[in-house]
Design a protein around this ligand. Structure first.
Ligand SMILES: NC(=O)c1ccc[n+]([C@@H]2O[C@H](COP(=O)([O-])OP(=O)(O)OC[C@H]3O[C@@H](n4cnc5c(N)ncnc54)[C@H](OP(=O)(O)O)[C@@H]3O)[C@@H](O)[C@H]2O)c1
Length: 278
C-alpha cells in the first residue's frame, strides 16, 4: 500500500521489507538512520524492543508501550528537530530516531468505519491478550468503553490486562472471563483463524455468537475466518482486520511525509495485494 501511495504523492522513495533478528534491531535502526532513511515500520517482537532503542518517544508510543513507526529526524537551521522529508538532504547533520505507535488509533478507526461501533459505554468481549489484544483493550478503555470481558488461552495474561485496565482506567469494568450478558462487540485478537484448519477462538458453549451485536476479527487473511463465518450465520455485523492494517499504514505515511495519505488508493492497493482483487 505504501509504494503506490508514494508514487501518487510524487515522492521518489521506496518501502522495503527487511528481515532483522531481534538481537540486531539496535544495529538495524542505527544503520537505517546512518543511511538517512525517512522512517521504518516495525512488527513483533521489534515493536516492544524499540521502545528502549529509539532516541525519542511520541506520546502514542509512551501510552501504548510499543513502537510500530519510526521517523528519522535532523535539526533545521534554528536547531529544531524536523522529519527528514522536510530538509534538504545536503543540510542533514545530527540525526535522531523518533518512535510512534499508529496501531491503537487504527483499531478504533476501523471499528467505527467498518462496523459503526462507538466505544463509549459499550460492552466488549475481547478474545486474546497478546500484544494486539492488550493494545485494543487499553485503547477501548481510553475511549470510555463501559465493560470489557477478557478471555485468553493463558488465563493469567487476561487477568494481567484486566488489572492494568482497572488501574489505568478505573471507570471501566474490566473482567477476565466470559460475559454474563449480551455484548456490543466481540473482538478477536488471537491468531486462531490464520492457519487452514484452525477453529474459532470463541467457545459457543460459553458465549453464543448471537449474543454479540458485531464481531471483528483482527485477522485479514483469510478474509473470512471460521469466527466471521459463524458470526455472519448468527446474524452479527462482521468485519475483518484489513481496515486496521490500512489505518496504521495511512497514519505512518502521514508521520513520514507530513501530507494526507491517499487512503482509498492505499485500500485498493491492499485489496489487490492481499486478496489478489483487481
Ligand atoms: N489487522 C492488523 O493490522 C493486525 C495487527 C496486529 C495483529 N493482528 C493479528 O492479531 C493476532 C494477534 O497478534 P499479536 O501481535 O497480539 O500476537 P501475540 O502477541 O503473539 O498474541 C497471540 C494471541 O493469540 C493467542 N493464541 C495463539 N494461538 C492460540 C491457540 N492455538 N488457541 C487460542 N489462543 C491462541 C495467544 O494466547 P496465549 O497468550 O495463550 O499464547 C495470544 O492471546 C494475529 O492474528 C495477528 O495477525 C492484526
Amino acid at each position: 500500500m505504501h509504494n503506490p501511495a508514494l508514487a501518487a504523492l510524487g515522492l521518489d522513495w521506496r518501502y522495503l521489507a527487511c528481515d532483522v533478528h531481534p538481537d540486531r534491531l539496535r544495529d538495524a535502526i542505527a544503520g537505517a538512520q546512518a543511511m538517512k532513511f525517512i522512517g521504518l515500520n516495525l512488527t513483533l517482537p521489534h515493536k516492544l524492543l524499540a521502545v528502549d532503542i529509539v532516541d525519542e518517544l511520541d506520546a502514542s508510543a509512551k501510552t501504548w508501550g510499543a513502537v510500530n513507526t519510526v521517523r528519522f529526524e535532523a535539526k533545521d537551521a534554528s536547531g529544531a528537530w524536523q522529519p527528514l522529508a522536510k530538509l534538504n538532504p545536503d543540510d542533514i547533520g545530527e540525526l535522531r530516531s523518533h518512535g510512534f505507535n499508529t496501531d491503537a488509533d487504527a483499531i478504533t478507526r476501523s471499528l467505527r468505519e467498518d462496523l459503526g461501533f462507538e466505544p463509549r459505554g459499550a460492552s466488549v468481549l475481547l478474545l486474546g491478550a497478546g500484544g494486539a489484544g492488550r493494545t485494543a483493550a487499553l485503547k477501548l478503555a481510553s475511549e470510555g468503553v463501559g465493560s470489557l470481558f477478557l478471555v485468553n488461552r493463558t488465563t493469567s495474561k487476561a487477568e494481567e490486562v484486566a488489572a492494568e485496565i482497572r488501574t489505568r482506567f478505573p471507570s471501566v469494568r474490566a473482567h477476565a472471563g466470559w460475559p454474563d450478558a449480551d455484548v456490543d462487540l466481540a473482538l478477536n485478537s488471537t491468531s486462531l483463524g490464520l492457519k487452514p484448519g484452525d477453529g474459532s477462538p470463541l467457545d459457543e458453549a460459553k458465549f453464543p455468537l448471537r449474543r454479540a451485536r458485531a464481531v471483528y476479527d483482527m485477522i485479514y487473511r483469510p478474509a473470512e475466518t471460521p469466527l466471521l463465518r459463524a458470526a455472519k450465520a448468527a446474524g452479527c455485523k462482521v468485519a475483518n482486520g484489513l481496515g486496521m492494517l490500512l489505518y496504521q499504514g495511512t497514519k505512518a505515511l502521514e508521520i513520514w511525509t507530513g501530507q494526507p495519505a491517499p487512503v482509498e488508493l492505499m485500500r485498493a492497493a491492499l485489496l489487490k495485494d492481499v486478496y489478489a482483487r483487481a
